[in-house]
Design a protein around this ligand. Structure first.
Ligand SMILES: Cc1cc2nc3c(=O)[nH]c(=O)nc-3n(C[C@H](O)[C@H](O)[C@H](O)COP(=O)(O)OP(=O)(O)OC[C@H]3O[C@@H](n4cnc5c(N)ncnc54)[C@H](O)[C@@H]3O)c2cc1C
Length: 404
């Protein structure tokens, strides 16, 4: 037992793998989650490999191993919008030029919408259709997340703007895929661009043109179980495999902490509380859990919608200042009031529910984990606005927090 006055959790927003297929333990080949990649090199050469999932990690695995494996089956449930990543090789001069902008970057990043250098600079309504298209093309050609988080903010709120940008991305994906069957399997049709996490890729779509790569669409015929020799889908087919890679994602935002038996006042359990309603005060503390500080948990941008390094730095600085404040006042305990937490949850929900994200199903809302209470996990008001609110609380002497 280790006694501590304060507990600061830095357990990660995407660190608790989400894996749940019956029969996994019976598989005779090699099976692992992308977040638990074996330490020794995995031998894919000539093997029959199945990858379950085509999100951020699935994409990286598929595009990397497609040319190496004997046969690859990709089990796709939800097609993803994606942006081709440029990933240029930087020279020493490039690196120096970048470093020379350090001061500018440290001043700018904390105040943009997502904590990246770029920010939303255009208003959809003010531009002609031709100019909008130019902006979209420019952002696309940047080979980064720019199209998502610095083209038009309206894509998060306005269904018509979102439909137009989604149409653009579908068109780009169709140009590369050519085969109508691949287009049906890999291009999203029932949700809008940017309402799920947008992965970056390199030659991911082209991997499906290889004769050794096959798609198994598991929307209509879901995976039922893992058998000793492969994966069984609901239609009764057993897909025989030597290696299974689970690119099935994470119990995001809450999973790392609910796997620890965290207890608060009167023995209340965080796991039980969050199994009913996922609540925090600014993602920094939870009412009922005095002296517990959190990073990268729900109801802050650091739960998914930001450049994490920018957001986490801001959170640890706020926590550091708060603890110093408690100590300089010769106090021992800090905890948000129920009213303050109610206020933050209401503010968070008001913004989140105005977005198109709230109308979708993805790990952004916890809908990948059965029984997880539904709420947009990430604060959608922007990194700059969030930071300002946190600073205001600190400047007010931590209004909304009881200290004794
Ligand atoms: C596929 C993927 C793509 C991502 N893409 C981006 C991106 O593009 N941009 C971005 O900003 N972020 C991205 N992230 C988010 C990424 O998680 C963060 O950028 C960064 O890793 C967060 O740092 P962290 O220290 O909060 O958490 P982590 O790096 O996840 O570290 C958490 C640590 O806590 C440990 N831990 C957890 N529970 C326990 C426990 N019970 N006991 C002991 N140790 C524990 C874990 O083992 C881990 O070492 C991505 C994450 C994933 C998985």
């Amino acid at each position: 037992m280790i006694d501590t006055q304060f507990l600061i959790t830095c357990c990660g927003m995407l660190s608790a793998p989400h894996v749940s297929f019956p029969g996994q333990e019976t598989f005779k080949g090699q099976l692992f989650h992308t977040a638990r990649w074996p330490k020794e090199p995995v031998e894919f050469g000539g093997k029959r490999v199945g990858v379950i999932g085509n999100g951020a990690t699935g994409i990286q695995v598929i595009q990397t191993i497609a040319g190496e494996v004997g046969h690859l089956k990709v089990f796709v449930r939800t097609p993803q919008y994606m942006i081709p990543m440029k990933n240029p090789k930087y020279s020493e001069e490039d690196a120096e030029a970048y470093k020379s902008r350090f001061q500018h970057l440290t001043e700018r990043l904390p105040h943009t919408f997502t904590g990246f250098e770029y920010d939303f600079e255009h208003a959809w309504a003010g531009l002609t259709p031709e100019r909008r298209r130019e902006v979209i093309e420019d952002c696309w050609n940047d080979g980064s997340l720019k199209l998502w988080i610095s083209s038009f903010a309206e894509l998060f709120f306005d269904a018509e703007v979102n439909a137009e940008i989604s149409g653009f991305v579908r068109e780009k994906m169709r140009e590369r895929l050519k085969d109508p069957k691949l287009c049906d399997a890999l291009i999203p049709a029932d949700y809008g661009f940017g309402t799920h996490r947008v992965p970056l890729e390199q030659n991911f779509l082209e991997a499906f043109h290889r004769p050794n790569v096959e798609i198994v669409s598991v929307k209509a015929s879901p995976i039922e179980r893992v058998t000793p020799t492969g994966i069984q889908t609901a239609d009764g087919t057993i897909h025989e495999l030597d290696v299974i890679v689970l690119a099935t994602g994470f119990d995001a935002g809450t999973g790392a902490l609910t796997r620890i038996d965290i207890r608060g006042r009167g023995g209340r359990s965080l796991k039980e509380d969050w199994s009913k309603d996922i609540r925090t005060t600014m993602g920094l503390q939870v009412h009922g859990y005095p002296n517990l500080f959190t990073t990268a948990v729900p109801l802050a941008p650091s739960a998914a919608l930001c450049n994490m390094t920018t957001c986490l730095q801001q959170q640890v600085e706020w926590i550091d200042d708060c603890i110093r404040f408690v100590r300089t006042k010769n106090l021992k305990v800090v905890e948000p009031t129920k009213d303050a937490e109610d206020g933050w949850v209401a503010h968070h929900d008001e913004i989140a529910n105005a977005t198109l994200i709230a109308k979708t199903n993805s790990w952004y809302l916890g809908s990948n984990v059965e029984g997880k209470p539904r709420r947009v996990l990430s604060y959608c008001g922007g990194v700059g606005a969030y930071r300002q609110k946190c600073n205001e609380v600190a400047a007010s002497g931590y209004q909304g927090f009881t200290m004794n």
